[in-house]
Design a protein around this ligand. Structure first.
Ligand code: NAP
Length: 298
């Protein structure tokens, strides 16, 4: 960037510039500043998105300082998504169910916690014409991201089967979903070692969602343990991993004729939902996606 371009950027920061950002530890690799600032710039909005390196033990004072400083809101990433909960004034039902907050909005001196991962997950599916009600979905993994995915799918009427290396975590997730009033027939757990049942569940699924870390950079050659033969052209395979943009699983699914969705779509859409909460405006997601892809390729 030339010094003139840089100066033009800095000159845009004025007394009435509104600040949003992300709390994480570490936070250097976050893609959120690039995608949000690209959208603010495209819309000519006087906002600036800043990364805040907040140590795990400092989350309380850091989040409480937002109203004092006039910050509009923040995203939360590892390790703050759960530990922030006791410091908020209220949380949305979705964030409460999932047990994690990824977006905080400061409203009238109060801190409202939300979780936009579920919306970020479902919208790219809807854009492919997928309607969850009555569909069979296999979810690989039962960590934090899987919780948002499973709650959203189950709430929308899908039949969800979960499998996870640590079976107890999958069972806990299924039990938490049932506690919210979802019919227990709509959610099942299959043991990660039970290959015949897994094959059947995969083969009969309309959608397979991969939510583990297997295949994430730098382990790009790793594959979650799923029988590729079970994949077919009537299903969608969705990998939450966004780096690499196209995982080994997605490449294999494409070879089998499946429609695929990369985690980049979810990353951008959950960011767009936070953006909308803070500004009241749905942002240009294509511009946000370009900024993410450029950062990943950069
Ligand atoms: P997490 O809470 O730590 O959960 C990790 C999951 O991966 C658990 O199910 C864990 O199983 C499983 N796992 C990890 N290593 C494994 C291995 N070697 N073999 C089998 N299973 C393994 O992490 P998370 O926050 O849910 O994130 C998971 C993935 O989703 C990451 O790749 C992350 O980048 C991605 N993600 C994407 C978005 C997006 O917007 N696209 C948003 C959130 C997360 P155990 O329970 O047995 O440990």
């Amino acid at each position: 960037m030339s010094s003139e371009q840089r100066w033009n950027q800095l000159r845009a920061i004025r007394g009435d510039t509104r600040v949003v950002g992300v709390f994480g530890w570490p936070v250097e690799h976050s893609l959120s500043p690039a995608m949000h600032n690209a959208a603010f710039n495209a819309l000519g909005l006087p906002y600036l998105y800043i990364p805040f390196p907040v140590r795990p033990e400092d989350i309380g004072p850091a989040i409480r300082s937002l109203n004092v400083l006039g910050v509009i809101g923040v995203n939360l990433t590892i390790p703050h998504k759960e530990s922030v909960l006791p410091f908020l004034d209220s949380v949305t039902t979705e964030a409460k169910n999932v047990g994690a907050v990824n977006t905080v909005h400061c409203v009238d001196g109060k801190l409202l916690g939300d979780n936009t991962d579920g919306r970020g997950f479902i919208k790219p599916l809807e854009e492919l014409g997928f309607e969850s009600a009555g569909k069979r979905v296999l979810v690989l993994g039962a960590g934090g991201a899987a919780r948002s995915v499973v709650f959203r799918l189950a709430t929308e009427g899908a039949h969800v089967t979960i499998t996870n290396r640590t079976r107890e975590r999958a069972e806990k997730l299924a039990a938490d979903v049932i506690k919210t009033g979802i019919n227990s027939d709509s959610i099942a757990v299959v043991d990660a070692e039970d290959n015949p049942s897994l094959y059947e569940a995969a083969r009969n699924s309309n959608l397979i969602v991969h939510t583990t870390r297997i295949g994430m950079y730098p382990e790009n050659d790793a594959m979650p343990s799923i029988e590729i033969d079970a994949l077919h052209s009537d299903m969608i395979v969705y990998d939450l991993i966004y780096n690499p943009i196209k995982t080994k699983l997605l490449k294999a699914a494409e070879m089998k004729g499946c429609r695929t969705i990369s985690g980049v779509k979810m990353l951008v859409t959950q960011g767009a939902a936070a953006f909308e909460r803070w500004t009241g405006i749905w942002p240009p997601v294509d511009i946000m996606e370009t900024a993410v892809v450029q950062s990943l390729n950069g």
